[in-house]
Design a protein around this ligand. Structure first.
Ligand code: ITT
Length: 198
């Protein structure tokens, strides 16, 4: 078995998304130390070529383990909107093109739903943890619907147009801690932390 060069009290978070790092660090509240790819001076793009969320999460974690030799975790998040056939799905980051422009992505979702009453939507996060070559995945889902227009300025990505079930505000109108209590990422993180703590 290949053995990596960190113990599990300090894990690399294999992401280049600074907003994900912020949310995960806020969630962990110093229980575990996280280093981002930026913290280890890794700035390249990691391939994400799988057609599934879990596949992409595993691909990112394996890439860092195989190429840099660190135990690590990664996550991949998809956004599925029922009224537009489950789009953006796994292609959430580049839905409106390669620029990964959140405003353009949200506009494409809102335009796609114009004549459609079915605004049901969900976020799905899969966290993939790799320890000494062994992979374990943790999933979190948050159900809700797409707002008629953008509201709020907190968060990132599709947060201004997503209203979780049992709420009447978007994720972008909540603070990070409120979002984490009910979000896809928060739910996946809970399973991940429970696993690490045991
Ligand atoms: P890494 O692969 O480096 O982790 P990424 O931004 O490419 O970062 P994803 O492939 O998981 O991340 O892309 C998912 C996209 O979905 C992301 O760029 C956001 O636009 C959006 N997204 C992810 N999590 C979100 C959240 O909690 N709220 C709103 N939008 C989110």
């Amino acid at each position: 078995m290949k053995t990596a060069n960190t113990d599990i009290s300090t894990l690399i978070f294999a992401t280049s998304n600074a907003n994900k790092v912020k949310e995960v660090n806020a969630y962990l509240a110093n229980k575990f130390l996280i280093k981002s790819l930026k913290d280890i001076s890794f700035f390249d793009d990691i391939p994400e070529t799988s057609p599934t969320i879990e596949g992409n999460a595993i691909q990112k974690a394996k890439f860092v383990f195989d190429n840099l030799g660190y135990n690590c975790f990664s996550e991949d998040t998809g956004f599925e909107v029922a009224g537009i056939n489950g789009e953006p799905g796994v292609l959430a980051a580049r839905y409106a093109g390669p620029k990964r422009d959140a405003d353009a992505n949200m506009k494409k979702v809102l335009d796609g739903l114009k004549e459609n009453d079915n605004r049901k939507a969900r976020f799905i996060t899969v966290i993939a943890l790799i320890i000494d070559g062994e992979i374990k995945c943790f999933e979190g889902i948050c159900n809700g619907h797409v707002a008629v227009k953008k509201q709020g300025t907190n968060g990132f990505g599709y947060d201004p147009i997503f209203i979780p079930n049992d709420y009447d505000v978007t994720f972008a109108q909540m603070d990070m801690h409120e979002k984490s209590k009910i979000s896809h990422r928060g739910k996946a993180m809970k399973k991940f932390v429970d696993f690490l703590s045991n």
